[in-house]
Structure formats: structure tokens, C-alpha cells
Write a protein that binds this ligand. Structure first.
Ligand SMILES: *Cc1c(COP(=O)(O)O)cnc(C)c1O
Length: 434
């Protein structure tokens, strides 16, 4: 598998370089040179495959012989070892639950696949690889769980003290083993600045092999295309095209759906559902892309003012607004409407949605009025218990917390407390990892 930079199509690298470096040096994003079509027979016979087996077929189609088949099968089966069930609200509207992984959010798929792929590429090196991650909450938990026990790789997570939820903090600080946490007495931006500085510090890089687990790494996108096939298998028996409603922030999830469409999955529309950070719906209606500072909402994993995968979406359509509009629809909603939607879904269907999924539900209702008769699936991106106080207050109801989240409460936090001080950070890395 070869990839090019969205800023320079003639700059191509192989999968290993794209995965280990995350970003091309020209600040573009890596895109596959080819996204081959799967056979129509495969699509027709999806129900003959388990989730893990169809995921392997999709991975093999896009990655090809670049990773030996038996190894790729091991990576996929290791990463995709929990289900992605579709719950039917009505005959024509389903909910794809993407929260059955260890950190209870869809980011588990990307993190687990990336960890195993990096682990494989790193096998060829005798030196330990240190992954640095700055997190404001969600990504860190998925990355920590995803990389836990990956041989040859250690993860150092920086998080802002007091600015992540207590359960999120436990997700970062209780695994131990190859996962280390540093509690920074500053903001998320401070954490990010420390990590950036470390990557640019030549003296440090001479002593330690550093890498990142960036959310725009191509190894996170590839596995996110798997569950579109899995959802289609469960909900679309007739073979007609379906539409997917994707609660979106950085638009990685939606872009992975566009990959699935390119590979031949019959998708009518990809529907972008956003909160008040409506940069993409705005682009779809005006043709103008106007990034702006993010505004805080109750669906905070989607509070993004400059969606990083926008350039990948543009790349897929040659930046032609008319073509983009043909395939992608966009809708945005306020917090007040999101809360009303959570209440409506509970009252009508006795189903508890988290605020991100509820934004998707609102978009689905409008979309299905505009595109009558189109079966649609909403991606439910996180378990409602991850946003416990918001969900319980809005629904006036106790929410059951899954065992793997609940049990974290009693585990002991281990973290290195640190000022915002680059010398302290680089000394920590040298002392523990050089
Ligand atoms: C990350 C996240 C999103 C946004 O996904 P993108 O791929 O960045 O668009 C939506 N919901 C939840 C719960 C998330 O954690």
C-alpha cells in the first residue's frame, strides 16, 4: 500500500512510513494511492462472514500484500474482538452501537488496529518505541487501552490536571504495564506543546525512538471503514443503497465511510451531523470552508472548529463542491435540541442515547424527510455512561454503567505530577526510556 500527501501527490511513501510518522513533512495528510473496489460477490455475500472475517477482507483489499496475509489476519482478529450490533428503532432506521470496546467509544477500533500495526512494523527494530500522546480525555483512554501490552512499545500520556473527568483519568492512569501517565499542571494546549517540542528536540530523538498516536494516522482510519460493512450486513438484506448518519467532529469516521463507499459498499449518502460547530454543514450549503474557533457543547468530542480530515474529504472529490454535495449531506443542532432528542428517543423507543448519537438522531429525522424511503443507520459513537451526569440529568433517570467502566473507580491512580516545564519532561523521558 502506497500513500501520498494531500499537499503533494507526487510525494509517496509506503504504509510503514505513513503509520510510523503519522503526518507527511509538508503538513498534508496521507491518502491511499489506490482504494480498490471489492467484488460485488463479496458485498452480496457479506452475511457469510463474521465481523472479524469481513474486516480482514476489507483490510486486505486496501493494504494488499504489504502486510503478509497471515499477519494481517492476526492484527485484524486481535483488534476486532468485540461486536458492533445494529439496533432497529424502526424498519428503516437503525443504530450502530460502536461502544462495545474497552474504552466505550468508537475510537477503540482505530486505536486497537493502529497499536497492532505499529507493533508489527516495530518488530523489525530492536529498539523500544515510545509513543507520546497529549489528551483532553477521550483519545487517551482509547490509545491507552489499545496499546496496553503491545510488545516493544511504551506509551506516555500527558493530560491536564483536573481537566479530564474522574473516570477518564482512571482510564489513563490505572493500566500500568507499558502505559505511563503524566499529570500536567496546565491545560491541554500545554500538554500538546510539550509533546510537539519533544518531537523537535534532536538531542532527545537521538537517544529515544519517539512516535505519536495521532488521530489522523491512516492506521486509525482504515479500521473505521470495517463497521460500515458490518452494519450493512445486519440491516440491509435487500441490496439497496443505505445512508449513514455520522455524528462528526474531526470527520475521521465520516471519511472512513467514504472509503467504504469507494470500495463498493452501496451507500446512498453519508450524512454529517454536527453540534453548533457546523463548519462542514456550512461548507455544504455555501461552498465556502470557514474554520473558526470551536465552541463548547454537551457533545464535546465533536467540538472542533477546523476539522482535520476536511482535506481528505476534499481530496476524494477533487475539491469539487457539486460532487461533494451529491454524496454528503450536513445538518447541525443546538444543545437544547440535542437534549430534546435524547428525551424523544427514550420516550418513543425506550432507548438511551448519548449526546453525540442524539445529534445524529436529529439529522436522521430531517434527512429521512428529504430522502423518503432511504433506510438509514445512525452511528452511536459512545456509550451514554461516558457522559453520565449530562445523560442522567437530561433523562431524569439512572443509567447503568458497564462493568469495565464501573470497576475503574476502585483502581489506584498512578501518575507523575509535573509542572509545565519542558526540561522536567525531557529529563523524565531520558531517565526512564533512554
Ligand atoms: C471522537 C468522537 C466523535 C467525532 O469523531 P470524528 O471522527 O472526529 O468526526 C464523535 N463522538 C464521539 C463520542 C467521539 O469520541
Amino acid at each position: 500500500m502506497q500513500l501520498y500527501s494531500t499537499n503533494n501527490r507526487s510525494h509517496t511513501v509506503d504504509l510503514k512510513e505513513a503509520v510510523m510518522n503519522s503526518l507527511p513533512p509538508d503538513n498534508g495528510l496521507y491518502m491511499p494511492v489506490r482504494i480498490p473496489q471489492l467484488s460485488t460477490n463479496f458485498i452480496k455475500n457479506l452475511s457469510d462472514y463474521t465481523f472479524a472475517d469481513l474486516s480482514f477482507q476489507v483490510a486486505n483489499n486496501i493494504i494488499g500484500s504489504y502486510i503478509p496475509k497471515s499477519k494481517l489476519e492476526e492484527i485484524v482478529h486481535g483488534a476486532i474482538d468485540f461486536p458492533a450490533p445494529v439496533v432497529e428503532l424502526t424498519d428503516s432506521l437503525g443504530i450502530l452501537e460502536l461502544y462495545h470496546g474497552p474504552s466505550l467509544a468508537f475510537k477503540d477500533f482505530g486505536a486497537r488496529f493502529m497499536a497492532r500495526t505499529m507493533g508489527y512494523f516495530n518488530e523489525q527494530s530492536s529498539e523500544e518505541l515510545i509513543i507520546l500522546v497529549a489528551t483532553s480525555g477521550d483519545t487517551g483512554g482509547a490509545v491507552a487501552a489499545g496499546f496496553y501490552n503491545t510488545p516493544g512499545i511504551k506509551v506516555v500520556i500527558l493530560y491536564p490536571s483536573g481537566k479530564v473527568s474522574p473516570l477518564q483519568e482512571k482510564q489513563l492512569t490505572t493500566l500500568g504495564g507499558n502505559i505511563e501517565a503524566i499529570e500536567i499542571q496546565g491545560t491541554f494546549d500545554d500538554c500538546q506543546a510539550l509533546v510537539k517540542k519533544a518531537f523537535l528536540d534532536q538531542e532527545l530523538n537521538d537517544q529515544i525512538r519517539l512516535s505519536s498516536a495521532n488521530s489522523i494516522n491512516i492506521a486509525r482510519l482504515i479500521p473505521q471503514s470495517f463497521y460500515y460493512f458490518e452494519a450493512w450486513k445486519q440491516f440491509q438484506k435487500s441490496g439497496e443503497a443505505l445512508s449513514f448518519i455520522v455524528p462528526s467532529g474531526n470527520f475521521g469516521n465520516l471519511t472512513a465511510g467514504l472509503f467504504a463507499k469507494k470500495m463498493g459498499l452501496p451507500i446512498k449518502h453519508m450524512v454529517a451531523a454536527t453540534n453548533n460547530n457546523d463548519i462542514v454543514p456550512d461548507y455544504l450549503s455555501t461552498g465556502k470552508y470557514q474554520p473558526r474557533p470551536s465552541v463548547p457543547t454537551i457533545s464535546n468530542a465533536m467540538d472542533v472548529g477546523a476539522p482535520s480530515n476536511f482535506s481528505r474529504m476534499m481530496d476524494l472529490y477533487g475539491s469539487t463542491w457539486n460532487d461533494v454535495k451529491g454524496d454528503i449531506k450536513g445538518y447541525s443542532y443546538s444543545d437544547a435540541n440535542t437534549r430534546l432528542a435524547m428525551k424523544e428517543v427514550l420516550a418513543k423507543y425506550n432507548y438511551v442515547m448519548d449526546p453525540h448519537g442524539a445529534v445524529g438522531y436529529l439529522a436522521a429525522i430531517v434527512y429521512q424527510k428529504e430522502s423518503i424511503g432511504t433506510k438509514s443507520i445512525i452511528l452511536e459513537t459512545a456509550h451514554p455512561s461516558k457522559f453520565l451526569s449530562e445523560v442522567e440529568t437530561t433523562l431524569d433517570k439512572k443509567i447503568e454503567v458497564p462493568e469495565r467502566l464501573a470497576e475503574l473507580k476502585d483502581k489506584t491512580k498512578v501518575a507523575e505530577l509535573m509542572q509545565v516545564d519542558y526540561n522536567a519532561f525531557s529529563n523524565y523521558l531520558k531517565k526512564n526510556h533512554a
